[in-house]
Design a protein around this ligand. Structure first.
Ligand code: MN
Length: 418
């Protein structure tokens, strides 16, 4: 599908992240006004609350936009999602004739502060990147035991904390934690010295489930996608992770990009999962192309310095799709809820410059990487700003997500000071 033209001229540039083909959903505020739902178009935001006040978004459901989150829209289900998207397309299309009505309720993105776009009900993070799992497994357990025996049969995950999710731009404070002592020495409580990022996509579950769902049903339950940085304290993780998996190492913060890019906007970019080494059991088998061709980039800017690109990769390298992860999540009867967030797992490609974490890029700190400024990094330093970017390239247009960024603040001097 080619670029769909909007009367918002900035949306028609081939490299604009927010053309009419995208229409991602966020929550924004301006000045001292309350946060409200909005849709990005070019360098503007359509104020959905104002549009609803004007009667432009009436679907016979009662008000959807008197709250500063998208959960009420999600709960209505896929039929409403499609009607809303069609209506918004009509309002913003060059051919639609709604410019005079809609232009007064557009806000400049430059004047807006972004907030979490939805109420995160629960958060699960997966480990579905084969190259990432192989790299980490090799470092932690040796090349022969890199992939656990279950890895090629189920998407491995852990239950994270919804309370840890923050929107892009939120500062992240270096955590304290219990760290292994050298050899047989006692563990110590200290600031994390191996603070890291994980480049991931987040899938937002828009519909609740009660009982197991198929992969195809799971795909239809997904409302949209965001970029996700699963901040990870590697030294805390190495001490605590056996046998129940990560806990405090992943609980400090998880940053997501501000705009929910809908499944519909990403439809032209669907791709298949890689070839299966072992056939999956029937309930987890691929039911169509459910990964996406999305270019990804990680940059790091030391305090007061320009950014260096650390890695470039693509979401399509993942072994399991979010739909497969969601289907697997429900197999036990686990109820999924509207607003559930599923982290894809770290997205690393096969090449060294395609690795989605510093743990892999610096090979556990053994091979520090050199930034454009000449400084080196094994892990994140205080004052570093880390940014994830994503784009899908269409025919004359780009689908962007908005940056997923966070700056590292120094650890507290004494976390128990009162
Ligand atoms: Mn992760």
């Amino acid at each position: 599908m080619p670029l769909m033209r909007s009367w918002v001229e900035s949306a028609n540039a081939p490299d604009s992240p927010f053309p009419l083909n995208n229409l991602p959903y966020g929550v924004f505020s301006t000045g001292d006004e309350d946060p409200r739902c909005g849709v990005a178009i070019g360098d503007r935001i359509l104020d959905c609350r104002a549009a609803e006040d004007l009667g432009l978004l009436d679907f016979g459901t009662g008000r959807l936009f008197d709250v500063p989150f998208w959960n009420e829209v999600m709960e209505e289900g896929p039929e409403l999602w499609e009607r809303l998207r069609n209506t918004l397309t009509g309002l913003l299309s060059e051919a639609g004739g709604a410019r005079a009505t809609v232009e007064p309720i557009l806000v400049a993105q430059a004047d807006a502060e972004m907030h979490l776009p939805f109420l995160v009900s629960e958060y699960t993070d997966f480990y579905a990147g084969r190259h990432h799992a192989t790299n980490v497994g090799t470092m932690f357990r040796g090349a022969e035991n890199a992939l656990p025996p279950n890895w090629l049969h189920i998407p491995i995950g852990y239950n994270g904390r919804a309370s840890s999710i923050v929107v892009s731009g939120t500062d992240v404070r270096r955590p304290w934690g219990q760290l292994k002592g050298p050899d047989d020495a006692a563990p110590r409580f200290a600031p994390c010295a191996r603070f890291d990022l994980e480049l991931e996509m987040g899938a937002i579950v828009g519909q609740s489930s009660d009982g197991p769902v198929t992969v195809k049903e799971a795909d239809a339950m997904i409302f949209g996608y965001v970029l996700l940085n699963d901040w990870s304290a590697r030294d805390i993780q190495a001490w605590e992770y056996q046998p129940l998996g990560p806990f405090q190492a992943k609980a400090t913060a998880t940053t997501i990009s501000p705009w929910i890019v809908t499944r519909e906007a990403l439809d032209p970019f669907r791709t298949n999962t890689p070839a299966r080494e072992k056939e999956l059991l029937p309930h987890l088998r691929d039911a169509g192309p459910m990964l996406y061709d999305i270019d990804l980039e990680v940059t790091l800017a030391p305090e007061g310095r320009p950014a260096t690109t650390l890695a470039r990769t693509n979401y399509s390298v993942m072994y399991y799709s979010s739909a497969q992860q969601l289907a697997h999540h429900t197999t036990s009867g686990c109820p999924m809820t509207c607003g559930d967030l599923l982290g894809s797992g770290t997205i690393s490609g096969p090449e060294k410059h395609q690795r989605g974490s510093l743990l892999e890029l610096s090979w556990g700190g053994k091979e520090p990487i050199t930034l454009d400024s000449g400084e080196t990094r094994s892990f994140l330093e205080d004052g570093d700003t880390l940014t994830l970017k994503a784009s899908a390239r269409g025919d004359g247009y780009t689908i962007g997500f908005g940056d997923c960024t966070g700056k590292i603040l120094p650890a507290l001097t004494d976390p128990f000071a009162r």
